[in-house]
Design a protein around this ligand. Structure first.
Ligand SMILES: Cc1ncc(COP(=O)(O)O)c(C=O)c1O
Length: 401
């Protein structure tokens, strides 16, 4: 055992001002409960444990190392593995995006995309528009860059676009951050009409849109809607997505599709962040696309997630007391539960952990307070029977409170 002498350094005084804003992250708590297998965690955004295509990943990894080992282990270009960027450009062109390989950069998860955007655009006090509740990591990242949030409420059709003009009129806004499809944390989707309105308004005010489409490919019901980027004729949208939810988050492979004028800056920001995304995971994703393995895999997980979502709907209907309501997402991996107004989901979290069930309190998804009676549930991580057990545990905590 070592005894710790008092530190010679006053660390607090050395930290950058922006680090003062860092708050104890729920993400850390979420990851720490993974160590207890007894806890059913509806908290994290975890893809299904049981559906990773392990054999296929093993097969391509083995082959890559055997046939192209040194290149997969060497430093590489900041833009990403060229054949993967070409595949990504082709894939999105089929979905109506007006992009070429020059508009594509591979990033270390969409999270890095969010960070690079923050790094490039935000100075202290800059205004960012976002729909609340919103993605916790985006809030944390933009807070780190000392942004000021102008929040727009959501309804069942996503962000209230009708509220935008008054906000944009009175503020110099750096960008609008939005997850139009299966929004995290509510699972809600922006209607087609609102997508057109949003683009029109953003163009009118000359404000860029940062579109985060981490869940768009995970649709179980209803008709697909075009991402904003597919409707963007004026180059207003920076689009990001990821292979985290469609293949594996541990590979940390995401994409940014950006207007040409921005690419050089993005590549530079990436270069000083981590030089490039690890080559081996990029090459694994490339092989999945080259062998046409990704889309069948997505179909497989969509089938499974639909059943899991329905199992969660059924379990909530069966176990939750009256006065509790929830969103009805047509895809993605989350839904949003509203408890009666007087309840506080932060306060009952410890009770839930004692019952071996975890969720994320709604307040985490608001920059300036809100959501105290709400919580987010993830339905993709467990099989139907575990979902039922977890919801039963949670219902017990809610009833007791
Ligand atoms: C809306 C949203 N965007 C981005 C991400 C980050 O994904 P990645 O694993 O690609 O960094 C997530 C992950 O949970 C997310 O929910």
């Amino acid at each position: 055992m070592t005894t710790q002498s008092p530190s010679a350094i006053d660390w607090e005084s050395k930290l950058a001002e922006r680090a003062g804003g860092l708050y104890g992250s729920m993400t850390r708590k979420l990851m720490s409960v993974l160590a207890d297998p007894e806890i059913i965690s509806f908290g994290g955004g975890l893809p299904a444990w049981d559906l990773f295509p392990l054999d296929k990943i093993r097969e391509v990894t083995d082959e890559l190392l055997r046939t192209d080992g040194p290149l997969t282990l060497q430093y590489s270009t900041s833009e990403g593995f060229l054949p993967l960027r070409e595949q990504v450009a082709t894939r999105y062109r089929k979905r109506g995006f007006d992009v070429s390989v020059d508009n594509v950069m591979i990033v270390t998860g969409a999270m890095q995309g969010i960070d690079l955007v923050g790094k490039l655009f935000l100075e202290k006090g800059d205004a960012v528009v976002l729909g609340e509740p919103t993605f916790l990591t985006a809030l944390q990242t933009f807070s780190f860059y000392q942004a000021r949030f102008l929040s727009v409420p959501l309804d069942e059709h996503g962000m209230r676009i009708d509220r935008l003009p008054e906000i944009l009129e009175g503020n110099d806004v750096k960008f609008i951050y939005i997850m139009p499809t299966f929004q995290n944390p509510t699972g809600r989707t922006l209607s087609l009409e609102r997508r057109h309105q949003l683009l029109e308004i953003a163009e009118r005010y000359g404000v860029p849109i940062v579109e985060d489409d981490a869940y768009g490919e995970l649709r179980f019901d209803g008709d697909p809607l075009p991402p904003l980027k597919a409707l963007d004729t004026r180059g207003s949208v920076i689009y990001m997505s990821s292979f985290s939810k469609t293949l594996s988050p541990g590979l940390r492979v995401g994409v940014i599709l950006a207007p040409g004028a921005l690419m050089e800056k993005l590549v530079f920001a990436k270069q000083i962040a981590d030089l490039h995304t690890s080559v081996l995971p990029q090459r694994i994703v490339h092989e999945f696309l080259r062998r046409d393995w990704l889309d069948p895999h997505i179909c497989r997980i969509v089938e499974a997630y639909r059943k899991r979502r329905d199992a969660m709907f059924a379990a909530m209907k069966k176990h939750f007391p009256p006065g509790v309501s929830w969103s009805r997402p047509e895809g993605g991996i989350f839904l949003w539960v509203a408890l009666p107004k007087e309840m506080d989901t932060d306060a009952i979290l410890d009770g839930a952990l004692a019952e071996k069930v975890m969720y994320v309190p709604g307040s985490c998804y608001y920059g300036a307070g809100g959501g105290t009676n709400a919580l987010r549930l993830n339905f993709s991580g467990y099989t139907e029977d575990r979902i039922n057990v977890g919801i039963e545990r949670l219902a017990k905590v809610i009833k007791r409170s």
